[in-house]
Design a binder for this molecule. Structure first.
Ligand code: ZN
Ligand code: ZN
Length: 774
């Protein structure tokens, strides 16, 4: 480890080392209201009390307060909700457990069954539950585990058959609720409102206990998700080992990319070298990469590096740091690095675990598919190639390292984008208080409309119900009546059509029929992609990664709604490029920002994917563009935008800066940085910038939600604009390139081929906007 951190800047460099100290456990105890029965059952499992954070959440729930527990992985969140939920069940109540995936529900069920609590009748109720068991569950189960989809399509529309369950419902557990973000989260928020209304009908008012990964403002998020005031518990008091966390920035290479910009060495290539070095030291290391193809290439290059070393072709990286391994063991090192493949049999997985634990296997490169079924922990080091998207996944991956009483090593290796650049230069964003929030927008009319129909089909809607569904519901109801979907009568709004109202809401997608991804050779359906993101993710020629496996799209047939793919091992990645036009429909909120103005409002976006860029996997070198012929798509959505008047920017123009290029560069970098403040993916947001926009009459930069009706990301950008734009400027300033590169202002999605861009101009422009001395 010392050797790794001391590696000379021949390759990348360490930008920061953070020592995260071990955390001692607080005092574990049981609240006095937990029954003897439960205390005994848990004691049989080796659990002798609740840590203080678990006790605080359990206590709040027991007293009838809605609560969200947002603490790190492995902090024992399930115990925090199981204790109050099981206590109320033993007391004659029922509990409903919701999770985004069936697999998690199955895990929870196993854990509950293992407790063997007398009187507990727990059952999973999802699409896989046999029909003959369903009636029994509805009538007798007192702890039901399901998912939002089943709640939406099964439990709520059929509420009358669950009357006994609703009447006694005391606890609703919403587990892994950080998964409920964006459009999907907005749907779930409305499903939970329907659930609350059904409970009211049966005279119950259950307490909501939510469990989430760490994020900023969990209480505010939970309140938005459930519509109920919710307390938050965020202090983690579970024990943890110490960890040394290094941030690593790959070097700029001599390769030249678009506009002559320097190309940074890919994170995967750096990871392979680091893996080889660590293995050489006898350090048991896990390397996390994005795709299985990348995992194979990382393992392969690490092995090649060690073979070269063994045959004396290259010298050791830092002489004199460690005793050289004997020649025989050196020759055998390449064989001790492997890539983890999905689809291993249980026996093979156990073998792999054993080999890692014994040290026979020293290095393993993997996608996070590893999460599915291999238990490796207690390794010496973890390498993470690229920001995994959230702090929760970062710590989950880093948490694989650490043996009892020993310091573990984790290294985050930056990819060439503005967010990774920012993070390796701003460790406080990783190790300080979380800034990323889980956002959603339950008021999105495209989401709310279908759920109002579903709610009316469940129990006719009355004026009194409107408060539950939020301030926009009145307007949305009027348009549903106008469209003939609902009928207004004196006693309320009714669903009078023959179809099922729940079919109107596609809760995992967003408008339009999803595109099916089909493997050409086998006819297998691999999955579906939202119609809105199909143009960017499964266009003809795209490299498509599905559960770590790499496929090439041979044809996207929009009329048939099918993308045909073939398994492949291309040595490049693809990025769809689009051109966008935007018009302002309405500004909802605005305030001055420096000499300019900041707005949040509704916009109409016309976006067309025009080509895609190929980049070589090993080197990051651009391999040119391929044109695409796809129709433009128009969507009405929400955007955040800022403007600067001519008086503020004319000095910059006089100083010879390219204003259009400056705004364009600021737009690219700010899109790259928004995921730091609002958990979202690349295709969730887009942007437009112009020196003079027809609707504002000024220099304007827009960032919009890429989903019909909006998803909450732009709104988050509006509310955290100062921090967001300050971080954007710092990301640009942190990059050591001279005139702009993919690590700062170039975007692989740019439909204009990254023209024009002005790095110095962007720094000046943002300084003016932020009233800094730039
Ligand atoms: Zn740069
Ligand atoms: Zn662009």
């Amino acid at each position: 480890m010392s050797r790794l951190l001391g590696v000379p800047a021949r390759r990348g460099r360490v930008t920061h080392v953070e020592h995260v100290p071990a955390r001692q456990a607080g005092q574990a105890r049981w609240p006095d209201w937990v029954s003897e029965t439960l205390v005994t059952r848990w004691a049989n499992q080796g659990i002798f009390g609740l840590w203080p954070h678990q006790a605080e959440a359990a206590e709040l729930a027991h007293r009838g307060r809605n609560v969200i527990i947002a603490t790190g992985t492995a902090s024992g969140k399930s115990l925090a909700y199981q204790v109050p939920a099981l206590s109320s069940v033993l007391d004659g109540g029922t509990a409903l457990y919701l999770t985004p995936t069936k697999a998690l529900a199955a895990d929870q069920l196993r854990a509950l069954e293992a407790l063997d609590v007398p009187g507990l009748r727990a059952a999973a109720y999802d699409g896989d539950t046999p029909y003959e068991e369903r009636a029994w569950i509805r009538r007798h189960a007192n702890y039901v585990l399901t998912n939002p989809d089943m709640l939406h399509r099964g439990l709520l529309p059929g509420h009358a058959r669950w009357s006994g369950f609703w009447r006694r419902l005391r606890t609703v557990v919403v587990d892994e609720c950080h998964g409920y973000r964006g459009v999907f989260g907005s749907h779930v928020a409305q499903i939970l409102r329907r659930l609350r209304r059904v409970c009211t009908r049966y005279g119950s008012s259950p307490v909501f206990v939510l469990a989430s990964a760490t994020a900023s403002d969990p209480g505010a998020f939970a309140t938005r998700l459930t519509g109920l005031q919710t307390a938050e518990v965020t202090t983690d008091a579970s024990p943890r080992g110490s960890i040394t966390f290094a941030l690593w920035e790959p070097p700029l290479t001599d390769l030249r990319g678009e506009g002559g910009a320097p190309v940074r060495r890919p994170a995967a290539a750096e990871t392979a070298d680091l893996l080889a070095d660590l293995v050489l030291d006898g350090t048991r290391t896990l390397a996390f990469v994005r795709s299985r193809r990348a995992a194979e290439s990382v393992a392969l290059s690490a092995r090649a590096r060690l073979s070269d070393l063994a045959s004396g072709m290259i010298s050791r990286p830092s002489p004199g740091m460690a005793a050289p391994a004997s020649l025989t063991s050196l020759a055998d090192l390449p064989g001790r690095i492997a890539a983890y493949r999905a689809g291993y049999l249980a026996e093979e997985r156990r073998g792999l675990e054993r080999a890692l634990r014994s040290g026979d296997l020293l290095g393993l490169a993997t996608t996070n598919a590893l999460e599915l079924g291999v238990d490796v922990s207690g390794l010496d080091a973890v390498l993470i190639a690229g920001w995994p998207g959230t702090r929760a996944s970062l710590w989950q991956q880093a948490g694989r390292a650490g043996r009892a009483g020993q310091d573990a090593l984790a290294v985050l290796i930056a990819r060439d984008d503005p967010l990774d650049t920012y993070l390796v230069h701003h460790p406080e964003a990783l190790f300080g208080r979380p800034v990323e929030a889980i956002v959603l927008d339950p008021g999105n009319p495209y989401v709310l409309g279908p759920h109002l129909c579903a709610a009316a089909a469940e129990i006719p809607l009355t004026e009194d119900d409107l408060e539950i569904f939020g301030p926009t519901s009145k307007e949305v109801l009027a348009s549903l009546v106008g469209d003939g979907l609902l009928r207004r009568r004196s006693s309320g709004w009714f669903w009078t059509r023959r179809e099922r109202a729940t079919d109107l809401a596609d809760i995992r997608g967003s408008g339009g029929a999803p595109v099916q991804v089909v493997e050409l050779s086998t006819g297998c359906l691999l999955g579906t992609v939202d119609e809105s993101s199909a143009h960017t993710t499964v266009h003809t020629g795209a490299v498509y990664v599905h559960q770590g496996e790499t496929f090439l799209v041979t044809e996207l047939d929009l009329e048939a709604g099918v993308a045909l793919v073939e398994a492949g091992t291309p040595d490049y990645t693809t990025f769809a490029r689009d051109v966008t036009e935007i018009s302002v429909l309405e500004s909802f909120r605005s305030h001055p920002l420096g000499p300019g103005e900041l707005h949040f409002g509704s916009v109409e976006v016309t976006r067309q994917v025009v080509s895609y860029l190929k980049r070589r996997l090993q080197s990051g070198e651009p391999l040119g563009d391929e044109a695409l012929d796809l129709p433009p798509r128009t969507l009405r959505t929400r955007a955040v935008w800022w403007t600067l008047p001519a008086s503020a920017i004319s000095p910059l123009a006089e100083a010879g800066l390219d204003l259009g290029g400056a705004a364009h560069a600021a737009e690219h970098a700010s899109i790259g940085m928004l995921p730091l403040f609002a958990t979202c993916d690349r295709w969730d947001i887009g942007g437009v910038s112009t020196e003079l926009h027809a609707d504002t009459g000024m220099l304007t930069v827009f960032v919009y939600d890429g989903h019909e009706g909006g998803a909450g990301f732009a709104e988050r950008g509006f509310s955290r604009a100062l921090e967001w734009l300050t971080a954007t400027r710092e990301a640009i300033a942190s990059c050591e390139c001279e005139r702009g590169c993919p690590s700062c202002i170039q975007s692989p999605k740019c439909g204009n081929g990254n023209e024009p861009l002005d790095k110095a101009g962007a720094l000046r422009l943002l300084a003016v906007l932020l009233s800094m001395n730039g």
